[in-house]
Design a protein around this ligand. Structure first.
Ligand code: HXC
Length: 524
């Protein structure tokens, strides 16, 4: 072998040069900043990726990217990796693109190079058709880089929208997320927050105090509890970062890689013909007695597993993923334990967004109906229940994925129509024998229809009771709807799982021809 081709020590000057550059670029903000990060209970950017991704699967890109701005002393500063680690890797064997902001480097603030790195992995995620996961821990737009930071954010927002409905997008907020920076997570499909360490807000407590006089701290303003229960910005709360990454991995397992693929099915782990005595008992319960919708969901789902989304927000509706005979199904269910399961603004927005996610990603929809109508009140009317309540209706009408509906108990009024009824193209619509499908409940109907008769009667209470009973026998059942074909079959509750598996199997290759148009105009 010629001397010049003989392998040299890895410490040859060129290789050593690369290793040296890599060392500098992976150094983060140094020991003091690392310690501060840990003192806040936060992990480092690269540790996070190790926990999120499959072992030894991370491939980093743009490690050597450097900022170009020199303003406000930036020229003298070295910002390792420009404060963000980006690349691709695997989650349970499936490809994903990721970025992880490094708070130890200038507070993870976003300058132009930092933004360009994020944009590059977003472009790669779209080209490769894989989910995009962003781990956010940042003081927002890098003040020293001025409009270039703002432009950088806008480039990210633009890509968030282009990717929406094309690849799943997931954001984990692992520290501060302030100002306009919150809009990238808000444009993604699922937002995770950590209790105690994540904060999202447009303006901080001091600005709010001076502008409106209201007092708050970071936690009450924009902590995980606030955004999961009050604003609905956050879909999942985690007790720790480790818990957050475990949940993200679980979520990814239910999803397809992109809008052209079907969600990955798993080997069926449960008997498709498993019957449930518990469900028959619910049918026999008095109509006024409450049951737990989660019990119904667990009885139906493979392995009694339900991956709930948006658990703490608008709890009168429940959404999430289950598997039926190994296949992912998106589930929407009214929750009679909260506001009697009535639809309100929050429930309509929560349900509508979930239905649209499932429809975009070819995830079939199961709807479990027990709804007394829309929640009444001035707050709702003035808050825009007409416009905002229409979102769920719009989403169901628009969805072309297989849609199977089961009316468990009440399906009253407009809410009957909305909850994936036959009329808005539910494909297969079942009802339990205890279902009540009517314009309204017996009491309300009798009070409207027989107001003067009851008033004139010598025994108004007895007459009212009798009329309510008559109404109940005539209308508060599934049979009027079944006689007209609006319900395909009244089923034994215990057989619900088997019926659903067969229906979804039958609908697997459902075809729909989209109407040619640019896009609809959902009442936002
Ligand atoms: C430049 C920043 C920065 C920023 C933090 N740093 N935010 N540098 N631009 N936006 C730097 C700090 O100077 C500090 O540098 C280091 O990061 C750590 O910050 P600390 O303040 O020491 O950390 P902490 O006490 O934990 O407070 C974190 C914080 C706070 C709450 C995020 O830094 C903060 O309020 N930052 C500003 C937040 C903000 O208003 N951002 C702009 C939002 S507007 P040294 O050198 O001391 O280590 C926005 C517009 C988006 O983002 C536009 C989209 C349309």
């Amino acid at each position: 072998m010629a001397d010049n081709l003989k392998p040299k020590s890895i410490f040859s000057s060129k290789t050593a040069g690369l290793l040296d550059r890599r060392k500098r670029a992976t150094a983060g903000g140094g020991p003091e900043k690392e310690q501060q990060q840990r003192a806040q209970g936060k992990l480092l950017a690269r540790e996070r990726l190790e926990l999120l991704l499959d072992d030894d699967s991370f491939e980093e890109i743009d490690l050597l990217v450097e900022k170009r701005s020199k303003e406000f002393g930036l020229g003298e500063k070295h910002l390792p990796a420009d404060g963000v680690v980006a690349g691709f890797g695997r989650v349970n064997g499936r490809g994903v693109c990721v970025f992880s902001q490094d708070f130890t480097v200038m507070g993870g603030s976003l300058g132009l190079a930092h933004a360009q790195k994020i944009c590059k992995v977003m472009d790669l995620a779209m080209a490769a058709g894989v989910p995009m996961i962003g781990l956010c821990d940042s003081g927002g737009a890098r003040i020293q880089e001025g409009v270039e930071s703002l432009g950088g954010y806008a480039e990210i927002f633009y890509r968030n929208v282009q990717a929406s409905g094309s690849i799943p997008q997931i954001s984990a907020i692992l520290g501060p997320c302030a100002g306009g920076a919150v809009y990238s997570p808000a444009l993604t499909d699922f937002v995770f927050m950590i209790e105690g360490t994540s904060h999202m807000f447009i303006t901080g407590p001091d600005v709010i105090k001076s502008a409106t006089g209201e007092s708050c701290d970071f936690e009450s303003l924009g902590g995980a509890q606030t955004h999961s229960a009050k604003s609905g910005v956050c879909h999942f709360i985690a007790g720790s970062e480790q818990d957050c990454f475990r949940q993200i991995r679980e979520l990814i397992d239910y999803l397809p890689q992109n809008c052209r693929e079907k969600p990955a099915a798993v080997m069926p782990s449960d008997d498709p013909n498993r019957k449930s005595e518990v469900l028959d008992q619910i049918v026999e319960m008095e109509a006024k007695k409450s049951y737990k919708i989660h019990d119904v969901i667990w009885e139906i789902a493979d392995g009694h597993q339900f991956f709930e989304v948006h658990r703490h927000f608008a709890r009168n509706i429940v959404v999430g993923f289950i598997r039926l005979n190994g296949e992912t199904v998106g589930l929407v269910a009214n929750n009679p334990s909260v506001l009697s399961g009535a639809l309100d603004i929050g429930a309509s927005e929560k349900g509508g967004r979930f239905v649209r996610f499932c429809d975009a990603f070819k995830i079939p929809l199961l709807t479990l109906v027990d709804v007394p109508g829309y929640w009444p009140g001035l707050e709702q009317e003035w808050g825009g229940i007409i416009r905002k309540g229409a979102k769920l209706l719009y989403a169901y009408c628009e969805a072309t994925v297989p849609k199977v509906t089961v009316v468990l108990r009440k399906a009253y009024g407009g809410a009957y129509d909305v909850m994936s009824s036959k009329h808005i193209r539910g494909d297969i619509n079942y009802a339990w024998p205890c279902a009540e499908i009517a314009v309204m409940g017996p009491q309300g109907a009798v009070d409207i229809l027989f107001r003067s008769e009851i008033k004139k009667s010598s025994e108004p209470a007895t007459l009212r009771e009798k009329l309510i009973e008559d109404y109940r026998l005539k209308f508060a059942s599934p049979y009027q709807a079944a006689e007209r074909g609006y319900i395909d079959e009244v089923i034994m509750a215990s057989e619900t799982r088997q019926k659903l598996i067969r229906a979804f199997q039958f609908l697997k290759n459902k075809r729909t021809d989209p109407i040619p148009k640019k896009h609809g105009n959902i009442p936002l």
